[in-house]
Every structure is written in C-alpha cells, then in structure tokens.
Design a protein around this ligand. Structure first.
Ligand SMILES: *Cc1c(COP(=O)(O)O)cnc(C)c1O
Length: 852
C-alpha cells in the first residue's frame, strides 16, 4: 500500500494598509529603520509577537499582519500620534543637507563617491553579510547618509545570503541556507522602460545577466546585482545564491559580476562617480572595466590605468591569508577570457596587475593595489602590517614609507547604541547626536549620577540575561537536553539578585581569534568562574565558515565545556550570531573579551560597540584597541613577540588574561558598597564610554575617508582626466620611459661629508648620479637625517633635505645641498633617489628607489 501524503499549499492573505498609515510602507523600504528605534517600535506596537516572529523584518511584517490590527492601529490616537512623530522625523532627516565638514571637502553637485563591497550588514532582516566586513560596510553607508555625503554603494544580492547556524547536541555546527524572496527584503527593482533593468557581463561562451535592485539607506542608494533571472542558464542563476559559498569558480564569477557588472550598472543609470572606493579585494575587477571604458575613448591601457587609479581608493581589511582572494591564474584566464577579448585588454597586462612575488596565481589584493593610488588598512597596527605584507608592490621602497596608510574603523552609533542609553544622553546632553566628532563634549558622561548610569546598565543587562536564557532554552530543548540540565545552565543568568559578572565573546569563529585562549588553564579558570561569592559567566556566540573545520572545532570545544557539570551555568554558547544578537549581548554584558593572535585582528569593531554601551573591553592590544586603550578605560593584554613559539605565546597571554580577571576585574566588579554597585567600576565604564564613543564611531571614520582620500582622489581624478586625459597620458609615457631607464641608473656619494661640525654650522652634501638618459628633473634626491638613538629606519618628515641638481662632472649629474644638523650629537645621514613627476599621486608610487 502506498500512503499518499497530501500536498500542502501555503497561502498568504496580505492585508491592505489603511491610508492613514500608508507611510509604513515607505518606512519599511528604507534601511533608516535599521538605526531608527522609533520606526522599529511602530511595527512592534502594532503586533509585538508577529514583529518578533518575523525577526524584525518590516516588509514581511506588513505582509503577515492581520487587517484587524492595522485597522485598530490606524484608529488608535496614541499610535497615530507616534506614527506622525516618527514620519516627520524621517522627513526631517531626508531634508537635512550635507554637514559643513563634507561641504568643505566635496561639492555634492560635482563629486560622487562610489563604494563597492561584496557584503553589506545593515540589519538582521537583510542577511547579505557574514561578519565584520559587512557590518563595517553597512555602518559606512549609514554614516555617509547621516553626513549627507554624495555617495552611492554597489554590491550583490544573495538570495540565500549567509547561512543560518544551529549547534547540535554534540556541539557540531549545522549550516542551513534559507532563500529570501525579493519582496521580503528592503529593496525595489530598478526599472527601465517598464521592466527591471539588467546588465550583462561576457563570460566564456555566453553573457551572464544580472537584474538590478536598489536599497534605500536614508540619503543614499545601494545598487545590488542579482543573477537569478530567466535570461541565464540554471548554473548562472545560482551564481549570486550564497555569500562566500561555492568554489573558486563561483567566487571569480561573483566578483566579475560585482566589479564589472557593478560599473555597468552605474553607467546604465548615468551615474558618474568621481571617486571609487574598493572595499576589499572582492570588488577589484572594477578596475578592468573602468580601464576598458577609458580605452574605448582611444586611450592606451597604460594611460587608462593612470586615469582610473588616480581616482581610486583600495582598502584592505585583514592580514589573514584566507581573507585574500588568490585564484589560480588559468581559472581567471578561463573566466575572463571572453571579457578580455571583448574589451581590447591584454592578458599579459591583466596578469601583471594581479601578480604577487612573481608566482603564477592571481591576487585580487594586488590588483586592487595596482589599480588604485590611495590605499589603507583599518587601524594603526594593521596599516603597518599591510605595508609589509603588500610591500612587493613597491619593491625598492621600505615598507614604512610605502603609500599604504590607515583609517581606524568606527561603528555607527545610532545602530549600536541601546535606546536606553540614547534616552539618558537626551536628558543630560540633548545635542549629543551632532557631537560625534567632538571628544571634549563627551565629558558630559561624568556628570550623569552614578546610580542613574548604573540603573541603565542594569536594565540592559537584565534584558540581555532574559534574551540569553530564552535562546539557550530554545536551543537545548530542540537538542533534547533534559529540563533539569537546561535549568542548571541558565541558573546563573536567571538569578538577577546574584548579578554575576558577565563576560561576552561573540564574533566569527576564525582560529586567529583564539576563542578558547581563556581555557588554557582550565583548573584556574574554573576556580575563578565558580566562586560562589563572586560568580562569573562567559557567554559565547559565533559562526565558523562552513569550510573552516578548525573553526568548527572551536565551537565543539566550547560546547563541551559548557556541558561539563563543574562549569555548567558559567559557560554559555548561543547559536546563530547575527546583528540582533550582537546588539543584545554588546549592550548587556559587563566585559567584552577579545583575544586575537597579534597582529591578525585588523581592527575588530565589536569592542567599540560594547564600549558605547558601557561594557569594558578586556582585549589583546591589537587592532583598534591598540589606539583605544588608555589605561583607564578597560584592560589590555600585551601581545608577546610574534617570533616566539605560538604555544608559549598563548600560554603567556592566557596567564595575563587570568591574572587580570583574578587581580583586577573580578575584585573591582564585586567591590560593591551598600549602594549595590561598584563605584570604581562605574568610573571605569564612564571613562570607556566617553573616550571611545567620539573616537571610534563611523562618522569620524567616514570624515577621515572624506578628508584623506575622497577629496584628494576626486581632485586627482579630475586633474588626470582633464583635456582628454592629457595628464594621464603624459604620466603613463613618463613612467614607461623611467621604467626602461631605471635599471641603468646609479647613485654615488662624491667627496666626503665632514664627519664633524659645530652645532650651528652646516655641511655640504654632494652626490653624483648616472641618469642613463633621464633628466635631472625626472628624479628627486633627498637626504634623511636620524638621530643615533632612533630606530633603524628614517622617518621622512622635517628632517629631510632635498638635493638640487648642480651641473655635471665625469659624466655624472651632481646634486648638492647644505645640511645643518637637526639634532645635537651623533646622527645618521642617508641619501636616496626616486623618480619624480608632478602628476604622481604619491611620490613613491612607482616603487623605485636607490640609496647612495
Ligand atoms: C560588529 C559585528 C561583527 C564584527 O565583530 P569583530 O569584533 O570585528 O569580530 C561581526 N558580526 C556582527 C553581527 C557584528 O555586529
């Protein structure tokens, strides 16, 4: 007998939105909701249960909500008053113009920044992000909107996005992908002649098409490409299915759509950026497409590249090799073949852009760096690390002098600051929202009475505890964990009267983040956590990439520890970390822990979010914390020398961590006087909030980008392309001439410099140069002076003297200068020479340099 199972049909009866509240649809289609608490609470007020069930997704909410609830809301006076207040604050936001700082740097009528990234993390309802990079890109867009920057963003629409994580009873991560239909996402089709705009990119033997969607982010627009369109074959339709899914072939194809297709979208829409920001290597193919466009105007490749690179900024985000796309060269040759042929590019030139250290792979970071003249890392430490890692692009230039600089990441305050804190700030300093670039203003935090300050933290901690317990129970019920075990796991957090110290650790489970470092001395840790007078709870969460087995092993280890009877309740592991969970944990824990392996944490941003919310950072001095820590605002673990044995380093740093917990953190937290909280703790928490909020926020970050890069790149791009690309052409020809001659150029010290002189005298420095056909004006000769006590590298700056050409002798061109010793006593003078042209963006961009 065959049992026939009935087919189930699902039917969604969509309500009509009453006219009186039809603005809800507008609000649901603008990611403004991702940072405006007022908008989100409107939806929550209509039907809280449904709002939670649809995971804070406004568009899905409006499809599923009952007609009755909508009708009731539209007739409820209190609701309607709030609705009108929210709508008018939305309108006021949209009407506000650019800030003064922006206007000084960029004219919105003639300048536009295009920002390309493979992921964007705005909100949990829009799952096209995996971790820090995406959240940062989302924050960048939000701050660009707040500042009124002329800005447009480009990315990919992943139908399934990143995976949903469950952790089973054995601690194994299970990755599940869920498709999202476009009408449950905050996007609208970009229409052209009554149908959705598509662009195409030549692939081997076919064109691949992408539909174009637009997401509104307040003042700005994000365009997203989606290959799921009937013009494509089934495989191509699936290209944009998953973020960081598939194999190399999928990745190259996705990146072709993002880089090449993305530029085509802007062209189709008549959008003409003046500065291009490539945020991480995934989007670097845009350089080829922009070169192709310039070549279509009759330029040779070399001049096209100068024109393109001069208006381009490339940001690198990680020193970890897995974070850089390095593709086999034949794979790139195969995928790009039709495109390269079509566009008149030359494979040898394309490969040269993507080569690194002469190996035969294609490196997207190298492409990004060679196709841009502005480059940065994302913290002071990371800028230095990136200069070394990528130093091969400028082979003769010492790493510290090469053009890679840094802008430290910041976070979007309205998104990550809990509304409870925002209300407290409103009471004490009503203009705080417009003071995010003004550190002095933030001393107002000290004026908030301690008890009031602490009561806000306590309320948020309570919400975090309830949330954590709820999630924990749901997860373990599904896994079949017994009721009494689950109760024991929740025991510490579910007892508000204990007010246990809670430490959070949530981020991607990548091995360099060393999630298990704190367990290095388990017996000691157990004593610290389970002291009945001073209990401590550790809360962990995070996803490991589905192909990262060691990362998944970390999850297993933590799961195992959380189930160990002696630690139960003191170690908690939550599944499916996303932005909603991040907001809860970050704003509710007492301490935010980060233990990366120095110097691999390029910046890290979750600690910044924690600090805004009064949580104290306990972190290895790496990434942003290397700049943020000032001894009063958290705790630091000093990394051991990277040359040491990794196990030894781990052990030493873990001991520092436990020492800090035992000797400083736990005693300070539990030093509660009669008022029920620790005065010393509140002082430290306030120091953290007031020093970190105005320095590590996304508005400060974006303004740094505007001043250091967007403005100069716009100016440089205009200069190079003016008058039919005149200067770009001249520069390319000059570089070719210099490159051909450089191997035959040499530099010699002539005549001895006196080895002694009086403090107020000067010495003559004379250098002879064989220029191999170049003109004296094609080079710069400079002398660097360092005091003997400084490091081995000279820092060019005030102690730098240029040598001037001064005739010829013995077939050499002479360069001379008078040097007056800038330091007393012994100092080192070194002379170097490099090619120089006025049109260069950075004086050392050619990477050529000779030392005398
Ligand atoms: C902020 C954030 C991150 C990045 O955190 P790091 O500390 O930089 O690792 C990752 N995921 C989510 C959901 C975040 O909100």
């Amino acid at each position: 007998m065959i049992m026939h199972k009935a087919t189930e049909f699902r039917l969604e009866a969509r309500p009509h939105i009453p006219e009186a509240i039809e603005g809800l649809e507008v609000l649901a289609n603008d990611l403004f909701y991702s940072w405006d608490h007022g908008v989100r609470s409107l939806f929550a007020r209509i039907d809280l249960r449904l709002w939670q069930k649809v995971e804070h997704n406004p568009k899905l909410f409006l499809r599923r909500v009952s007609q009755t609830r909508l009708n009731e809301a539209s007739e409820d006076r209190a609701f309607m008053a709030e609705y009108r207040r929210v709508l008018s604050s939305y309108d006021a936001y949209l009407e506000s113009g650019p800030g003064a700082g922006v206007l000084e740097a960029l004219d919105p009528k003639t300048s536009l920044v295009a920002y390309f990234c493979a992921e964007f993390g705005f909100h949990e309802s829009f799952p096209i992000y995996s971790g820090g990079l995406g959240i940062l890109a989302g924050d960048h867009c939000k701050a660009a909107s707040d500042l009124g920057l002329p800005f447009v963003a480009v990315g990919l629409l992943y139908q399934q996005g990143y995976f949903i994580q469950t952790i089973d009873a054995l601690g194994q991560q299970i990755a599940r992908y869920q498709s999202h239909s476009s009408d449950e996402l905050p996007i609208t089709p970009v229409e052209r002649d009554g149908k959705q705009l598509t662009v195409s990119v030549p692939f081997p033997g076919r064109d691949v098409y992408a539909k174009v969607w637009m997401a509104r982010v307040g003042h700005i627009r994000l365009y997203l490409l989606d290959s799921n369109t009937p013009e494509n074959n089934a495989d191509d339709q699936a290209l944009t299915l998953q973020l960081y899914g598939g194999d190399f072939s999928t990745r190259v194809s996705q990146e072709m759509l993002l880089g090449i297709g993305g530029v085509r979208v802007l062209s189709e829409l008549g959008i003409k950026p003046t500065t291009w920001h490539i945020n991480e290597g995934h989007a670097a193919f845009q350089i080829l497409e922009r070169c192709r466009m310039a070549m279509a105007e009759g330029l040779p490749f070399s001049a096209a590249l100068e024109a393109v690179a001069g208006s381009t900024l490339f940001t690198t985000h990680t020193p970890v090799p897995a974070g850089h796309d390095i593709f086999p060269r034949d794979l790139v040759a195969h995928h790009l073949g039709a495109y390269v042929e079509d566009s008149g590019l030359d494979f040898a030139e394309v490969f040269a852009l993507g080569s690194k250290n002469g190996d035969d792979s294609f490196n997207m970071t190298s492409l990004g760096l060679r196709g841009s003249r502005f480059h940065n890392g994302v913290s002071r430490i990371h800028g230095g690390v990136a200069s070394h890692m990528e130093g091969d692009i400028w082979p003769q230039v010492p790493a510290r002098d090469n053009p890679i600089q840094y802008i430290t990441n910041g976070v979007h305050v309205p998104t990550f600051l809990a509304p409870e804190w925002a209300s407290l700030f409103d009471m004490h300093a009503p203009t705080w929202k417009s003071e995010l670039l003004n550190p002095d203003f933030w001393h107002f935090i000290d004026k908030i009475p301690d008890y009031h300050y602490w009561s806000v933290h306590k309320a948020l901690k309570q919400q975090m505890a309830e949330y954590t317990v709820r999630r924990l129970k749901r997860q373990h019920k599904r896994n079949g964990t017994g009721h009494s075990v689950t109760e024991r796991m929740a025991r510490q957090l579910a007892s508000p009267e204990k007010d246990a110290l809670v430490i959070g650790f949530a981020r991607r489970f990548a091995t360099y983040k060393r999630a298990t470092l704190i367990f290095s001395d388990l017996a000691r840790l157990e004593r610290l956590l389970t002291n009945p007078d001073h209990p401590v709870v550790l809360v962990f969460a995070g996803k490991a990439h589905p192909q990262d087995q060691p990362g998944q092993q970390l999850i297993k280890v933590i799961h195992g520890l959380s189930m160990q009877p002696s630690l139960m309740g003191h170690i908690i592991l939550l599944e499916n970390y996303d932005q909603a969970m991040a907001r809860r944990l970050l704003s509710g824990v007492d301490v935010w822990l980060n233990t990366p392996e120095y110097p691999k944490e390029a910046s890290g941003t979750s600690g910044e979010k924690a600090a805004l919310n009064g949580a104290l950072n306990l972190s290895v001095l790496d990434g942003w914390w290397g700049e943020g820590y000032d001894k009063t605002n958290g705790w630091a673990i000093t990394p051991r020398d990277t040359g040491l044995d990794p196990e030894f380093r781990n052990r030493e740093e873990a001991r520092d961590l436990l020492d800090l917990l035992e000797q400083d953190i736990i005693p300070l937290y539990y030093n509660r006087a009669s008022q029920g909280y620790s005065k010393g703790w509140v002082t430290r928490s306030k120091a953290s909030m007031k020093t970190i909020t105005p320095r590590f926020n996304a508005q400060r970050m974006v303004m740094d980008y505007v001043r250091n890069y967007y403005q100069p790149a716009t100016a440089q791009g205009k200069r190079l392309t003016a008058d039919g690309f005149n200067l770009a052409t001249e520069l390319a020809e000059w570089k070719a001439r210099v490159r051909a001659a450089w191997d035959g150029v040499s530099i010699h010290v002539r005549g001895c410099v006196d080895d002694q002189c009086a403090w107020d005298e000067s010495v003559e420095l004379s250098i002879g140069v064989s220029l191999n056909g170049l003109a004296p004006s094609d080079v710069r000769v400079e002398c660097l002076v360092t005091p003997e006590c400084a490091g081995t590298h000279a820092e060019p700056g005030p102690d730098r003297f240029f040598l001037e050409p001064d005739g010829e002798k013995d077939g050499q061109t002479l360069f001379k200068t008078q040097v007056q010793p800038p330091y007393p006593g012994l100092q080192t003078l070194r002379v170097r020479m490099y090619p120089y042209h006025d049109a260069l963006t950075h004086p050392l961009e050619m990477g050529a340099m000779l030392w005398a």
